[in-house]
Design a protein around this ligand. Structure first.
Ligand SMILES: [Zn+2]
Length: 253
């Protein structure tokens, strides 16, 4: 099971995977019946979550809504630390994650817009290097697991900063490794070499501990928020949260 999942994840982009895998996973969910873990995004309970990842992690993927550990953490962060579910907000969600789309769309307090360069899940076709909205259009921007794929991440962040309103904020997550500095080499085009250097066939850089500093070059104010450290072990276990994940909380600069 683990090796099938690793293979599929390696060669099929997640956004397409999400479209076809839903039915298959719902069937699998029957075998994961139980109450040991709970997905706080969709509120379903299971014996455990499905394994997920290139080197498959146990207890990661919700069979019902496809939320991963990081999605459950972000949802909880939004609930506990932000007015996302109550305040009237205009939201731009770049490269929207399937587990969030319908739930965010349904929130009556939000004007919710999704955008992506190629994902069939998004409502606006857009390039994050050139966001097709006026300055100061949005209260909130989410842009997760995008920056490691784009040509010019600083320019993309400048665009996010530009479209944020004066007191606007956002979350910009990417895979970050324990490296002193981000590794980037624009001359590398071979997918196998990209995988070796940057961790995945379609990544153009591998972020290190300078991620927040690097993103702030765009003008955004980027905070490293260790929200998960404020939670008790029982909560972390129940929702199977990533216990080291930093939330990169950004404000307009
Ligand atoms: Zn779920």
């Amino acid at each position: 099971m683990k090796s099938i999942i690793s293979f599929v994840i390696r060669y099929i982009p997640r956004k397409y995977l999400q479209l076809v895998s839903h039915f298959f996973l719902r069937v699998l969910a029957v075998f994961y019946k139980g109450k040991q873990v709970q997905c706080n995004v969709c509120d379903h309970q299971f014996r455990k979550f499905l394994p997920y990842g290139r080197k498959a992690r146990e207890n990661a993927l919700c069979p019902n809504c496809l939320a991963l550990e990081r999605h459950r953490l972000m949802w909880l962060f939004l609930q506990k630390e932000t007015p996302f579910f109550t305040k009237k907000l205009k939201v731009l969600h770049v490269a929207p994650e399937l587990c969030f789309i319908e739930r965010m769309k349904a929130l009556p307090n939000l004007e919710y817009i999704t955008g992506d360069i190629e994902s069939p899940l998004a409502s606006v076709k857009m390039d994050v290097h050139q966001i097709p909205f006026e300055d100061e259009s949005f209260d909130v921007v989410f842009c997760n697991h995008v920056m490691e794929h784009v040509d010019d991440d600083i320019r993309a962040c400048k665009e996010i900063n530009r479209v944020l309103k004066k007191d606007g904020w956002g979350i910009i997550q990417s895979p970050v490794y324990d490296l002193p500095e981000t590794i980037e080499d624009k001359t590398v085009t071979d997918p196998a070499e990209k995988e070796r250097l940057f961790g995945q066939r379609d990544h153009v850089r591998k972020y290190g501990n300078d991620y927040a500093v690097r993103l702030s070059l765009s003008g955004l104010k980027v905070q490293e928020n260790l929200f998960v450290k404020s939670l008790d072990l029982e909560t972390i276990k129940k929702y199977a949260l990533p216990d080291q994940e930093i939330i990169f909380y950004c404000e307009k600069g």
